[in-house]
Each structure stands twice: as structure tokens, then as C-alpha cells.
Write a protein that binds this ligand. Structure first.
Ligand code: SF4
Length: 201
């Protein structure tokens, strides 16, 4: 079972395969592994203690950043993820990043941004579409048209608690005009904007 893996020199943590979305471009539907991991499918979710042990068996000074990402949405295990951040903070000054779909509030049924305070250095949020309807077409979220407004609310809120907040789009399914509109939404939510190029298998 792959809990941690190295990708582009950073240490990634694979917490869960759960996700409320089924994005057209999701790596989960285009292969099994990323970086030095052959398979990121988890036969069962590891406990937070197992994850912590797996992280701490690595020499964290070798990595510029620890990234909660994996083959699923890390905020599906928000409490466990933030518990791990606190444990890592206690023993290392490694930068901690969370790659998320921004749906934490809807997944957890509460306002979650304040819980990130002091525990995370970077939040990278997938914006993916300029309107709720286009988001639904591309990301097929179980939250339907509620998803994009919730992502923008979470982005605005988490900017108060996390030093660096980035929103990104994948260039595969969007027109240039739509990417421009995504950039406007991102900047109005107080985040930095990044266009990611789609990775083919
Ligand atoms: S939000 Fe992320 S993990 Fe979930 S389906 Fe989309 S790309 Fe995959």
C-alpha cells in the first residue's frame, strides 16, 4: 500500500481515494500511479498513526515540501489530515501544502477554513471552471451546482488562515475565454492563479 510517494522532488501523502467529484481529467481514471508510486489505490484507508509513521520514516530534510494529495480528496479526512499537520509541525519545519478541490465545507458540513490556521503553508485549490454549470459538466460533483460557489467561499475564507492560496485550472477542457474568467474569479477570491497543463498517460 503506497501511503507516501515522491513526485518532482516533493513528498506526497496519499490519505484517501474518496472524492465527491469525478472530474473528466482525473488521474485516477487514467492510470494507477504517480511519481515513484506504482499504485495509489488504497486497499483500505491507513490509520492516521500508520500515515504518520510512514511520513516520519522519511528524512524530511531531503524534501522542500510535504503535499497532501493522493488519489482522492484529502479533506474527506480533514481531522486526520490536520492532526498529521500538527504532528509534523512539532518535529519539522517542512513546508506543508494541501491540494484540494475546495469542497471541504460541503464534505464536512461546516465552515472549515479556520481549522487550517497555523497548520498549513499552502493551499492549492482546483477551480476547473468559470460557472457552476461548466463545473458540473467537467467535474461531475455530487454537490452539483452548489459546488463552485462553495469552492469560492472556501477560497476567500482560507486566505485569512493560510499564507499562500493558489487556484488552478487544467487547460484541457476550457476555452481561452473561460480561462480568463477563471482567472478573474480566482483573483476576486484573493488567490493566485495557475494554469496546469493536462498530463497525458
Ligand atoms: S477533485 Fe481531484 S481527486 Fe476528485 S475527481 Fe477531481 S481530480 Fe480526481
Amino acid at each position: 500500500m503506497t501511503i507516501t510517494y515522491v513526485y518532482q522532488g516533493k513528498l506526497y501523502v496519499n490519505l484517501t481515494n474518496r472524492c465527491p467529484n469525478a472530474c473528466d481529467f482525473c488521474l485516477r481514471t487514467h492510470g494507477d500511479g504517480v511519481g515513484d508510486a506504482d499504485s495509489l489505490w488504497l486497499p483500505q484507508e491507513p490509520s492516521r498513526e500508520e500515515i504518520l509513521n510512514d511520513i516520519l520514516r522519511r528524512n524530511l530534510t531531503q524534501f522542500p515540501q510535504l503535499v497532501f494529495c493522493g488519489y482522492g480528496e484529502p479533506t474527506c479526512r480533514l481531522e486526520d489530515m490536520l492532526w498529521l499537520c500538527a504532528k509534523i509541525r512539532a518535529v519539522s519545519d517542512i513546508s506543508i501544502r494541501v491540494n484540494t478541490n475546495g469542497l471541504s465545507d460541503l464534505i464536512n458540513g461546516r465552515t472549515t477554513a479556520p481549522e487550517f490556521d497555523g497548520l498549513v503553508d499552502v493551499v492549492s485549490i482546483s477551480l476547473n471552471a468559470p460557472t457552476p454549470e461548466r463545473y458540473d459538466e467537467i467535474c461531475h460533483s455530487q454537490f452539483g451546482l452548489q459546488a463552485l460557489p462553495a469552492i469560492l467561499r472556501f477560497t476567500r475564507a482560507v486566505s485569512f488562515f493560510v499564507p499562500q492560496v493558489v487556484m488552478s485550472v487544467v487547460d484541457r477542457d476550457l476555452s481561452e475565454l473561460e480561462i480568463k474568467e477563471c482567472e478573474r474569479l480566482c483573483l476576486s477570491a484573493g488567490a493566485k492563479f495557475r494554469v496546469r497543463h493536462y498530463i497525458e498517460d
